[in-house]
Design a protein around this ligand. Structure first.
Ligand code: ADP
Length: 177
């Protein structure tokens, strides 16, 4: 049991989260300043189920999490039903529309589809605890931060892969049965 304890504590959230070391950074959105076409490009060039939203690229402070399907639907609806929403319209997740240069096209507010309290753990959280939280709260994904800065993401599938790997390395482990 002692050895097992040691074993299960060895893997930390930072070892399971994406991106992995040397991978390109997480695909995230900023809470203001991105254009409709920028977000559409991200939607078209990635297959991720969702995107963290940060205050700014520089700060990497987490604001929330937005699901890919909600983004697609809201942008489609905006383009169809809202006057002046075009490719160069600014998207914002903030309470109030950001100040824009005169004669800019109408801005698109997407705050209503933003999950403002996505679950987060720090990079040093033991995976044993992360797995437990996923199970107990039925999470689909969890964000990883370090000193308040967004660092990575762990999805339910990442968790399942991690559990399978653990079981392979340590078939007797009762921890994950
Ligand atoms: P799933 O894990 O169910 O396939 P996704 O398609 O959202 O769900 O994620 C695929 C992989 O990419 C996972 O390993 C996940 O950790 C990672 N990932 C998820 N969202 C992002 C993102 N916005 N930026 C970078 N990597 C991500």
């Amino acid at each position: 049991l002692e050895a097992k304890e040691e074993f299960t504590h060895r893997t930390l959230a930072m070892d399971v989260m994406r991106p992995r070391r040397n991978d390109p950074p997480l695909t995230s959105l900023t809470q203001e300043g991105m254009k409709v076409e920028d977000v559409e490009t991200i939607i078209n060039e990635t297959t991720y189920s969702g995107f963290p939203v940060v205050v700014s690229k520089e700060s990497q402070r987490l604001v929330g999490f937005v699901l890919r399907r909600d983004l697609i639907i809201s942008i489609e609806n905006g383009r169809k039903r809202q006057d002046g929403i075009v490719s160069t319209s600014t998207i914002y997740f903030t309470e109030h529309a950001p100040v824009q240069p005169p004669n800019s096209p109408a801005a698109l507010k997407l705050r209503s589809v933003l999950d403002l309290s996505p679950f987060t753990v720090t990079d040093h959280t033991p995976m044993e605890i992360v797995v437990d939280i996923f199970r107990k709260l039925g999470l689909r994904q969890c964000l990883v931060t370090h000193n308040g800065r967004l660092l990575g993401i762990i999805t339910k599938k990442d968790i399942l892969k991690h559990i399978a790997q653990m079981a392979n390395q340590d078939p007797d482990s009762i921890m994950f049965n």
